[in-house]
Design a binder for this molecule. Structure first.
Ligand SMILES: [Mg+2]
Length: 259
């Protein structure tokens, strides 16, 4: 969703140049979309058109092979074999699943399917399921306390630490178990979409992906993204990505917003 994509774009200039602070420029002339946005769009494309996740991830990878994909993912795009991944790659692309499905059971099943084509390690699958289900609960009006209790109980992530505390020790960790809990806490400790994304980037690490995960969740909960962010991000996205995004909002997002 745009919340995830905007997080990726905002984080794109901080992944290799971490800021351990919430005071930073949201955009620069170097801000760009990365693999996280490309695969989030691919997930939307897949659920909208009924293509398999495998087909869709490959199709979109080949459109933007230089967007920042990992070596493992590139090898998979040629070879086909899942690589037992447990990196946050399974969690950063899953946000549309949380919006698309009509029940928690369906969310968990589809999140697992989307992960397993590449990230068939239990931690990779767990990361995708945790993010997608948290988004599903947030979009349906769960409180932060309910979200926290569900994720801790179901997935065993510990979400009790504050962002100010995490910022002191956190460093680069692309595993699901070493970045998904921090991304969820970035949302928990926030009071708006922008505040959540600032939290996510302020801890350092894999900033584009953490902010992408946090941004998807924050959008589902706060249900609004400031216009100065959406306008800037839409200006960066190519038309074919915007078309998929628009269709997803028209067909899926608006459906539950009306409920
Ligand atoms: Mg990336």
């Amino acid at each position: 969703m745009l919340g995830a994509i905007a997080g990726d774009v905002i984080g794109s200039i901080y992944e290799w140049d971490n800021v351990k602070s919430k005071e930073f420029e949201l955009f620069s002339s170097k801000s760009r979309f990365t693999d996280d946005s490309v695969l989030t769009i691919a997930t939307m494309d897949s659920v909208l058109h009924g293509n398999t996740f495998e087909e869709s991830y490959k199709k979109w990878f080949w459109k933007y092979p230089g967007a920042g994909f990992s070596g493992n993912f590139k090898k998979w795009a040629i070879s086909n074999e899942p690589y037992y991944g447990f990196s946050n790659g399974s969690a950063m692309r899953v946000s549309p699943v949380g919006y698309f499905c009509d029940s928690l059971e369906e969310v968990l099943r589809m999140a697992e399917d989307s992960s397993a084509v590449t990230h068939n390690h239990p931690e990779g699958i767990k990361g995708a399921k945790a993010v997608a289900s948290a988004i599903y609960l947030a979009k349906n009006g769960a409180t932060k306390k309910e979200l926290k209790d569900y994720v801790e109980k179901t997935f065993g992530y510990e979400l009790g630490e504050s962002i100010d505390s995490i910022r002191k020790w956190y460093s680069f960790d692309v595993s699901c178990q070493g970045s998904v809990p921090q991304a969820i806490i970035s949302f928990m400790d926030s009071d708006s979409y922008e505040d959540a994304v600032r939290n996510a980037i302020s801890i350092g690490g894999d900033s584009d992906t953490i902010a992408c995960i946090t941004g998807g969740l924050a959008e589902a909960y706060y249900k609004e993204i400031p216009e100065y962010i959406t306008e800037r991000v839409m200006g960066i996205l190519p038309d074919e990505m915007k078309e998929v995004l628009q269709r997803f909002y028209d067909e899926v997002y608006s459906r539950w917003m009306k409920q």
